[in-house]
Design a protein around this ligand. Structure first.
Ligand SMILES: Cc1cc2nc3c(=O)[nH]c(=O)nc-3n(C[C@H](O)[C@H](O)[C@H](O)COP(=O)(O)O)c2cc1C
Length: 148
């Protein structure tokens, strides 16, 4: 069974709710899941749990405020995480054009710089297409966890 830390970034609660639903479903399959609403680097450096980013996108392709300190510290300090599995679930809205789901790309790029290993393709959830992000995210997470 796997241990997973979910790094959430959310403005209106959609990504947080999605992370909580993922936790529920993974825990019912005997995985251990921690949802981090205000993650810090210490939350990831003291363990080797798989990392799942579950964030929305704000501003113009930016990371939500609650995830921003983590993102900034990660980018500045780049604590090396060779081979550590990670995945990305990102909520956005395709009407934003070029910045669609940009927060996921920022986190992905920085995690790659730490040497972490991406598992699965980024799941991009478009608010124009669905009102229930968890309905896409849960099946994706159940497949993702088999690859970590
Ligand atoms: C002020 C504002 C800016 C946004 N900027 C972007 C953006 O640049 N790119 C994008 O894909 N979605 C953008 N979105 C859409 C949100 O990411 C999307 O609605 C998401 O589902 C919100 O999730 P949350 O409830 O977790 O905050 C923006 C939404 C708002 C209200």
């Amino acid at each position: 069974m796997a241990a997973v830390r979910i790094l959430t970034g959310s403005v209106y609660g959609g990504a947080l709710l999605t992370a909580r639903r993922i936790k529920q479903e993974l825990e019912s399959r005997d995985h251990t899941v921690t949802v981090l609403e205000h993650p810090t680097l210490d939350d990831i450096t003291g363990n080797d749990d798989a990392l799942l980013v579950c964030t929305s996108t704000t501003g113009q392709g930016e990371v939500p405020d609650n995830l921003l300190p983590f993102y900034a510290d990660l980018r500045e300090q780049l604590p090396q995480q060779p081979g550590r599995p990670f995945g990305i679930v990102v909520l956005g809205d395709s009407s934003y054009g070029d910045t669609f789901c940009g927060a996921g790309d920022l986190l992905e790029e920085t995690l790659y710089e730490t040497g972490a290993r991406k598992v699965g393709d980024t799941l991009r959830i478009d608010a124009l297409e669905t009102m229930e992000p968890e309905a896409e995210a849960v099946p994706w997470a159940l497949e993702w966890i088999n690859g970590i």
